[in-house]
Write a protein of this length. Structure first.
Length: 336
């Protein structure tokens, strides 16, 4: 049987071409993809075999293609070509990346038990969380976006924000007709993590600022102002300053603590040993003092209570695995 176009794309490592036809297919397209991922070429190979042979370098497109190809044909995991090789055999022989070897190490029963969505979450996390973030932005559930950013490590967050040519910032530009402090905050957090997203363009070559200013999208003034910032300015400006400039003054005392504590919690989570061993407490006091107004008795009490809570977070087993929302709620209540 002659190979289909998926065999050829995979032989050439053209992961974006494969991903392009896998994104949001209708039922007829799904049925066609299922058939194509059961077709063998002249070597008795499924598309999965060629993916395994060419998967030495991990990319997010490759991860997504790998997961969806398994979803279309679970039995491919144990299917042998004319040489008696399974996709896993080929992946190991060709020194495929660890992510693809892990994916292909499943049995069909294990993959079926996980289900499509859980496989995407485990083996293509950047793609999975990018879709989640897009869904939350579309439904204007910005609090969910902030919660996710707070609770996940910086490397994953940055990869999600950069994925698909900074697609999340593009989505913000498209849906921001109605002003929302939380949306402006999300836009700021996005460009602060990835300043070069301000230079990204969509397929027709328009920047996201040009999209926001178009009559088609007509973004609110505040989002346009954020998109007018430059990567150089973002890189040299402290984040609390950006917040103070972009958000109304009456809200900055909420969003300022929100961001500062999240960053502090992450620092404790990933460099916990270093911070716990610091003898001089001034560093901790200085970091916490950023989230209060010094001087008054009430603020001093907030400082001590906040430090006690933060110390509790780093001393518990599994420190940093979820205290962010507790600390944020505490400081929000104290800053009202």
């Amino acid at each position: 049987m002659p190979s289909n176009e998926h065999h050829e794309w995979l032989k050439k490592r053209d992961w974006p071409a494969v991903r392009g036809v896998m994104v949001d297919p209708d039922q007829n397209e799904v049925d066609l993809l299922v058939r194509k991922y059961k077709e063998r070429d002249e070597h008795g190979r499924l598309p999965h075999h060629w993916m395994a042979a060419k998967a030495q370098t991990h990319t997010h497109d490759l991860a997504m293609v790998g997961v969806h190809s398994i979803c279309y044909n679970l039995q491919a995991l144990i299917t042998r070509d004319k040489e008696g090789k399974t996709p896993l055999d080929i992946a190991r022989r060709s020194e495929a990346c660890a992510e693809i070897i892990g994916l292909l190490s499943q049995t069909p029963e294990e993959a079926r038990s996980l289900g499509d969505e859980e496989m995407v979450r485990l083996y293509a996390p950047v793609y999975y969380w990018r879709i989640k973030m897009i869904d939350w932005i579309n439904s204007r559930s910005y609090a969910d976006c902030h919660k996710w950013i707070n609770e996940h490590d910086d490397e994953l967050v940055l990869e999600v924000l950069k994925f698909d040519n900074s697609g999340l910032l593009r989505k913000i530009a498209m849906i921001s007709q109605v002003y929302s402090e939380s949306l402006v905050f999300l836009a700021l957090r996005t460009i602060h993590r990835n300043p070069l997203s301000l230079k990204a363009t969509q397929s027709q070559g328009y920047t996201y600022l040009q999209m926001a200013e178009s009559t088609q999208y007509n973004a609110c003034r505040e989002i346009r102002n954020v998109l007018r910032l430059t990567p150089k300015y973002i890189s040299r400006t402290p984040f609390p300053t950006l917040l103070l400039q972009a958000l109304p003054t009456k809200h900055h005392e909420i969003y300022g603590p929100y961001n500062t504590v999240c960053q502090f919690i992450k620092h404790m989570k990933y460099d916990k040993a270093e911070l716990v061993e610091v003898e001089e407490p001034t560093l901790i006091y200085r970091m916490i003092s950023l989230v209060i107004l010094p001087g008054a008795t009430r603020e001093k009490r907030v400082l001590h209570e906040g430090m006690a809570l933060l110390n509790m977070c780093i001393q518990r087993p599994g420190a940093g695995d979820g205290p962010t929302s507790v600390v944020i709620d505490f400081l929000r209540a104290k800053c009202k």
